[in-house]
Design a protein around this ligand. Sequence first.
Ligand code: UDX
Length: 431
Amino acid sequence: MKISVVGTGYVGSVTAACFAELGHEVICIDIDEEKVQKINDGISPIHENGLGELLRKHTGRSLYATTDYQHAIMNSDISFICVGTPCDEDGKIDLTVLKKSCKSLGSGIGKKDRYHVAVVKSTVVPMTTENVVIPLLEKYSGKQAGKDFGVAMNPEFLREGMAVYDFMHPDKIVVGAHDQRSGSIVSDLYKGIECEVTRTNLRTAEMIKYANNSFLATKISFSNEIGNICKKMGIDCYDVMREVGKDFRISPHFLNSGAGFGGSCFPKDVQALVNRSMEIGYEPSLLRSVIELNDRQPLKMIELLEKKIGDPANKRIAVLGLAFKNGTDDIRESRSIPVIDCLIRKGAHVVAYDPMASDNMKRLFDNIEYASSAARALENAHACLLMTEWDEFRNLDSELAGMHRRLVIDGRHLIDPHSIENEIEYEGICW
Ligand code: UDX
């Protein structure tokens, strides 16, 4: 099939490269000329495992990028909308970019005399495809959905850092369709991947994505709640949750308590679902609690710090880990952001280190010190706050020896204090 992919962010670039790997011809569309150039040079526009290899393999053969919407639509049979759908200041989903792409896609479809399928891959709150995407496509194409062109919704469940693997080895493929014909066309694209395709309607497909992410976020906030209770009673919640996870109805994954969840998906998606529920007259108290607990969780690091060292003003505090999780340079909604922010307000001297994400964090905080290694960050520090689950932080030993006070507050259950040769003071955030 000939596929065009609108948007070359995390989802779009992975989708494009993986469809090329499955044997399709792919055209990427982006308004950002720099990104288009990078793809055409076979360079990955983002840091993602395996993506560079796929782009190098397929660029110039079955994949290329362009800024020209009309050209891409004319030369493809199906377009995937993979643009960002962030939250606005009130936590409501912001559809500005999605609407713009529907306008361009619609006018492209209007000029075609062949059937074209528009597929929403961006995460959108239930009924957005029906109430926003279809009306815009019809308006700008002058054609009728289901008759002259097809519409489908095909959510992604890709983890950053594992996105290429997840695309090729999914647990599920969900295809919501406005009409049977487009549902079949989209389902057929995944031939070659060993996974059953679930066919459903548009709004169910949209909801599956939100329910999926909200459930995972709930598992983490639940574990954090249990962890916070355990901490007060001197119980190791990791011992507790390990046993809880053995129940096959629960599963052992995603039960790690710590400084909370970050990233481009969980915080925004749970918030958008809360807002949408309110709009339709339902108070989602459980989901609200999931977010509230997650907002409070990183600040527990500061509470523990103050309990140990008192006022952190003018003290050198090392923050290890800036990315929202390991394996990425992405700092979106990273739990280290509220921690650094709070430390700055309290007058602490913050020294930060991350193996990948320091440059991104510099754009947010240009008033803290950035170290080139964990050892450098820890030199003469009064405390060490562990914020991201990078493997290199599991074996800090000689690095900790250089501290002014060997105090470690572990937000990710990384360190086994008994394995450290140099004696340290150790506090887990909730164990
Ligand atoms: C997530 C979903 O996993 C993916 O299916 C969806 O499509 C996009 O959102 P991602 O944002 O890449 O993927 O990150 P993920 O690996 O799920 O981790 C999210 C956050 O949860 C991280 O900040 C991580 O540190 C935290 N986390 C994860 C925990 O605090 N505890 C856990 O047990 C697991």
